[in-house]
Design a protein around this ligand. Structure first.
Ligand SMILES: Cc1cc2nc3c(=O)[nH]c(=O)nc-3n(C[C@H](O)[C@H](O)[C@H](O)COP(=O)(O)OP(=O)(O)OC[C@H]3O[C@@H](n4cnc5c(N)ncnc54)[C@H](O)[C@@H]3O)c2cc1C
Length: 486
């Protein structure tokens, strides 16, 4: 039977769920508080420069393809996808490592750094591929309802890989600290420290070295535009500037939402906004998780970001650049163990205009600087400026050029903006980390245990942070609604 479904938010998970639910014949409306769709993946356009203000790494192209295939479409119906070659560059204090776009090049680079390392690397990536096939094709497609979902022939025979960490695994095989950092980098996308992340998650290394790094021409926002177009073609109504103020419950069932002071009657309410915030839209008695619960979770980092327009092309940089020229352990401690502003932060810089000329005016470069920080830190204009000076100085030193006098403008984004724009818990950027104790059925649930007809999706529930998991989260919750609410 056709249901009237109201969806809060318009991030990747909400758009994904909207498409699947509309395809199933439901009457779906999205209510987004901001003036554009896309959530954390919105875009900033200024003086001819285009910035993706959130995600910039397009990994796991198979998941995007599968999403569009489910609607009889292909990614190429909406955007042009290019494989980046090289994939990215890592700056260490005394050396640069370049990650090519296929295994032979990467093996050569590993051999250059540590003789004999290409053999264990191939073995490691083969095992990572095995994990990828199990994780992506089986485990991740489970709704996180029961622990038994994780018990399969494939996982039982590899159970040790859930209890060993990626850090131990990598250190057993490689000695050079730069190669260790290179192989620990992909799991940072899961939001926790590599020494807290199960070795089974090496599937991220296969995503990195095996599947490669891609770029949709025009930027990551092209995916949001594609999904919105698809959603509308399936009959979804998208309302922007529509702040949801309350979820109303009657006789234990979600019956409507309040949007800018107006009541919208609904058979089902699905929230794609941050889980913690979504529950604050309910009266206290209907919330499943207490403030103490959220306080105890390991959250993925927040970030200090700068969007910079340069009036020249820059030297010695690639599309993606990691600056791992300071101590990762100390920075990680400042994010997870003893939250404070890091003295010598690691950082990441994205120059999409190096490969995609549509992202900047001719002869210019679009730069996006990102420093991961603990959620909930103090955020002031002075601190932002202090950290801009730190990273721009290090950037100049490592890439051997001066750029400070070539900045046309810079915009910044940090904890306060994440809270203000997305109602993000403590201003987190990437949701809740995927540690062993926060995986699958141990994450906040897709379906409310207290309110009938109320569901959740997004990076704080299953499967976890990142764009591909958000697409999957939307599908999982849509499947659950289709199963439960006939
Ligand atoms: C800086 C940054 C860099 C990242 N880099 C990468 C990357 O390179 N690759 C990758 O895969 N992932 C990356 N991620 C993670 C990825 O962007 C997220 O996991 C994903 O976009 C989260 O989508 P979501 O569906 O959970 O919701 P969100 O994008 O958080 O969307 C939630 C929406 O709900 C809306 N909302 C909140 N409250 C209300 C309300 N009361 N009423 C109406 N609407 C409301 C918000 O405005 C927002 O639009 C990055 C994230 C950030 C922030």
């Amino acid at each position: 039977m056709t249901k009237k479904i109201s969806i809060i938010g318009s991030g990747f998970s909400a758009l994904s769920a909207a498409c699947y639910l509309a395809q199933a014949g439901h009457k779906v409306s999205i209510f987004e508080k901001n003036n554009t769709v896309g959530g954390r993946a919105r875009q900033l356009k200024k003086e001819g420069f285009t910035f993706d203000i959130g995600p910039s790494w397009y990994w796991m192209p198979d998941i995007f393809e599968k999403f569009f295939n489910d609607f009889g479409k292909r990614t190429s119906d909406y955007y042009q996808l290019d494989k980046l070659s090289p994939a990215y560059k890592i700056f260490f204090s005394d050396e640069v490592i370049t990650i090519g776009d296929h295994m032979d090049q990467i093996c050569e680079e590993f051999e250059r750094i540590e003789k004999g390392s290409s053999k264990p690397l191939r073995k490691f990536i083969n095992q990572a591929q095995e994990h990828y096939d199990i994780a992506i094709n089986k485990v991740v497609l489970k709704p996180g309802v029961s622990p038994f979902e994780l018990v399969t022939k494939d996982t039982i025979t590899r159970v040790d890989r859930f209890f060993k960490t990626i850090s131990t695994e990598v250190r057993k095989k490689f000695k050079n600290p730069k190669l260790i950092s290179t192989l620990e980098f992909p799991v940072l996308f899961l939001g926790a420290k590599p020494n807290q992340t199960p070795s089974f998650y090496s599937f991220m290394n296969y995503a990195d070295f095996g599947l490669g790094t891609w770029h949709p021409k025009g930027g990551m926002y092209e995916i949001i535009k594609a999904m919105s177009k698809l959603a509308k073609s399936l009959g979804v109504t998208i309302n922007t500037n529509s702040n949801v103020e309350k979820i109303t419950v009657e006789n234990g069932k979600a019956t409507s939402i309040e949007v800018n002071g107006t009541t919208v009657k609904s058979d089902i309410v699905l929230s794609g906004a941050d889980y913690h915030h979504s529950e604050t839209l309910l009266d206290k008695a209907y919330r499943q998780y207490s403030e103490a619960y959220w306080e105890k979770r390991t959250f993925a980092p927040s970030s200090l970001l700068f969007y910079v327009g340069f009036n020249k092309k820059l030297k010695n940089v690639e599309h993606h650049n990691l600056f791992f020229d300071t101590d990762f352990e100390i920075h990680a401690e400042n994010i997870y163990d003893e939250p404070k502003w890091p003295e010598n932060p690691l950082f990441y810089v994205n120059f999409p205009s190096v490969t995609d000329y549509s992202m900047a005016p001719e002869g210019c470069e679009t730069g996006f600087f990102l420093i991961p920080i603990a959620p909930g830190l103090e955020d002031t204009p002075e601190l932002r400026q202090q950290y801009f000076d730190i990273v721009i100085n290090r950037f100049e030193q490592r890439t051997q050029q001066s750029v400070k006098n070539d900045i046309l403008f810079k915009e910044s984004y940090c904890v306060n903006d994440f809270k203000e724009d997305y109602n993000s818990y403590k201003g987190n950027a990437y949701g809740m980390a995927n540690t062993l104790r926060q995986t699958a059925f141990l994450r906040p649930k897709l379906k409310s245990k207290k309110v009938n007809g109320l569901y959740f999706t997004g990076q704080l529930t299953v499967p976890g942070p990142g764009v591909p998991p958000s697409l999957i989260s939307g599908k999982l919750v849509a499947d659950l609604i289709k199963k439960n609410e006939v």
